[in-house]
Write a protein that binds this ligand. Structure first.
Ligand SMILES: NC(=O)c1ccc[n+]([C@@H]2O[C@H](COP(=O)([O-])OP(=O)(O)OC[C@H]3O[C@@H](n4cnc5c(N)ncnc54)[C@H](O)[C@@H]3O)[C@@H](O)[C@H]2O)c1
Length: 318
């Protein structure tokens, strides 16, 4: 009997896959900060993990641990070196969340360009007749959008942008122009040069040394004043203080952030008080449908791993 530890609870339908299987038993621990985690990880064979940070000293306690299955696709919350050293595989729910995140990007893009809060407040506060005095909104039709990172989410987003008849440019040095063109986009080579002509920029790249602070004040200064930036990838790719300053200096139109350098953001984060930014608490993938898909995929990945049939595309190369 294999013991599976579900770190941070998941949808029932995911747990059901383990219940239905006679070879597995599982336990749920609510949080990575629960001190009980140190005891519970000791004899488990596999673990499912949401977004909580799993440091090396905890992973080292899992002497039988063979697989950590992320409920999601990012894995920057796991100490990869320790996993590599201990021969622990990391799996991701690769097919579960691209659509939910891509829809969230469109939701943010349209909310910001149509100044949703302004209109909503206007009617609810009894100021309907002010409608002619309010600042104008902007269309996304015919506008240039740059999708940075053309993996699962970027490729899902392009279809939605084309549905709104946007001109889609793609920055991803690791994807061929043939592939990008086949999906209706235009490949750009230089990120800094291409952002200058964009009306929107959406980030779908990993956070690493190369991408940290990629969006900073110097770059924001070169962008169009009507540009909207969306980050539903990872906090830290945009320098938050620089973004706040750029919005206050009217260098760009607005920004939508689902992710933050520190989560939750600290109380003194200036973006929390900035009206030009639209925020969500790392919930781009939190649709009912997606939570079910991720829960099922995270446990199925564990079962597939132990049955030696886990698809290679779902295993992180360490
Ligand atoms: N907000 C959320 O809830 C949420 C949910 C899922 C994923 N994410 C994040 O979204 C991002 C994208 O996820 P995905 O599933 O599409 O990943 P993916 O691995 O399928 O795609 C990432 C793409 O980025 C490209 N890339 C890597 N480095 C780059 C660079 N320096 N410049 C340009 N392109 C680069 C890669 O070639 C790849 O095509 C990740 O950061 C992930 O953690 C966030």
């Amino acid at each position: 009997m294999k013991k599976i530890l579900i770190i941070q609870d998941i949808n029932e339908k995911g747990k059901q896959l383990l219940t239905n299987h006679s070879d597995y038993e599982f336990e749920v621990i609510d949080d990575v900060n629960n001190p009980e985690l140190k005891n519970k990880i000791v004899d488990c064979d596999g673990a499912s993990l949401r977004t909580g940070k799993l440091p090396g000293e905890i992973i080292n306690l899992g002497k039988k641990l063979k697989i950590i299955s992320r409920h999601g696709v990012g894995y920057d919350n796991i100490d990869l070196e320790t996993c590599k050293k201990n021969g622990i595989e990391i799996a991701i729910t690769a097919t579960a969340n691209a659509v939910a995140v891509a829809e969230h990007v469109m939701f943010m893009l349209l909310n910001i360009s149509k100044r949703k809060n302004m209109y909503d407040d206007c009617v609810k506060n009894g100021n309907f007749t002010d409608r002619n005095k309010l600042p104008k909104t902007q269309e996304i039709w015919g506008k240039n959008i740059l999708i940075a990172g053309f993996g699962r989410i970027g490729q899902s987003l392009i279809k939605r942008c084309l549905g709104f008849e946007m001109n889609v440019f793609v920055y991803d040095p690791f994807v061929s122009s043939k592939k990008i063109e086949s999906l209706g986009g235009k490949k750009v080579e230089g990120f800094k040069d291409s952002v200058k002509i964009m009306d929107a920029l959406s980030l779908h790249i990993p956070l690493n040394d190369e991408t940290k602070n990629m969006i900073n004040y110097d770059l924001l200064k070169t962008m169009k004043k009507n540009c909207i930036i969306i980050n539903a990838a990872r906090g830290g790719i945009i320098n938050e203080n620089d973004l706040d300053k750029a919005l206050n200096d009217n260098l760009i139109f607005g920004a939508g952030l689902d992710v933050f350098e520190t989560e939750p953001p600290k109380n003194d984060n200036p973006l929390l008080k900035n009206d030009k930014v639209f925020l969500s608490p790392h919930t781009a993938a939190f649709t009912e449908e997606c939570m079910i898909r991720m829960a099922k995929e995270t446990t199925q990945n564990i079962i597939d791993f132990f049955e030696n049939k886990l698809d290679k595309s779902k295993i992180v190369k360490l």
